[in-house]
Design a protein around this ligand. Sequence first.
Ligand code: PLP
Length: 414
Amino acid sequence: MMPSAAVQESFDVYSVRKHFPILNREVKGKPLVYFDNAASSQKPQVVIDALVNYYTGFNANIHRGIHSLAEEATAAYEATRDAAAQYINSPSREQIIFTRGTTEGINLVAQTWGRQNVKKGDEIIISTMEHHSNIVPWYILAQEKDAVLKVIPVSETGELIFEEYEKLLSDKTKIVAIGHASNSLGTINPVKKIIQKAHAAGAVVLVDGAQSSVHLDINVQDLDCDFFVFSSHKMYGPTGVGVLYGKYNLLETMPVYQGGGEMIKEVEFGRIIYNDLPYKYEAGTPNIADTVALKAAIDFVSQIGKENIRKHESELLAYATNQLQQVPGLKIYGRAKDKVSLVSFVVEKVHPQDLGILLDNRGVAVRTGHHCTQPLMDFFCIPGTTRASFAMYNTIEEIDILVDGLQRAIKKLA
Ligand code: PLP
């Protein structure tokens, strides 16, 4: 079942599907068509095996034991740090902090770097298309500090209006927190350009990579971002673990996040010396099993090949866009030139939730609602969309099933 060690030369979606046992199941008597990948992707057998192997082979707490199991568990946990560092081209493993996921990564930065650096009257820039995870932590910080949250507007096609962003920047801007790719629209934002402009204004930049880390090649050094966060579960890994990357000098000088075991070197009641990076930000027993299994996901994606995956997903996106826009009364939201592989749409006179239920009856899993981007839905004056988001294992035939299911559903509902 393992892919070969080298990147697969040719991409065969039917071979890829064999790695994902869940794809064999049926829903409501129909083969599962899983198009909710932007919410969470399915797991290949190698990831499931990594979890089982950890618990059956070498489960122990890490970093503190000197017995063999503790050493093996520590080595496996730390091997994921190396794999994650390589995955995003971090200059060092010390700059990889394990978190619960993207949400915790953003909260960590807001509560540490943010609390230390954002003062009354300072400005924080986000965008209209941010996920709530990249809005709420900054809102909390702005409230606490009496700082100002500024929002980059988007166009009707679902792209950031860059000139407006430039106008928002000033010497009051302390941080720009921006999604690399939109979970609701698919838009890939020009983060490198955004970072250059922010740096010229003296601000730091956090990139929310929840939707990009699975689809795009991530090179944090080339981007020159100050922070980059992502979640394992959206890139074929387990839930409950994610990564925060930060520039070394920032991570080193930021105050600590949570207090507890492992994040300290010495504790006296009147004096505590905190641990070095990356452990300074990893208080308590971490999510060892899922972190260990994240390496299996990273290796799996690397072996299939990001380039192969991107090409396949682009074909799915082009085909789905073309087929869906022929459905009468259907409007696609998010028509940016550069998109990750998802399509969000609304059908005239049909509530997305009703569509979702009828599609589920045909075995098709799509996401309906505001996708945790309420301000974006408000901008488009809609309550929500239906979203089909694709992964490496989806096929053209599955898109045909979606479109057929939609047409039948519309006949019933419209
Ligand atoms: N940011 C974006 C763009 C997302 O799509 C998501 C999840 O859907 C998140 C942040 C939050 O990720 P998590 O729930 O894994 O912390």
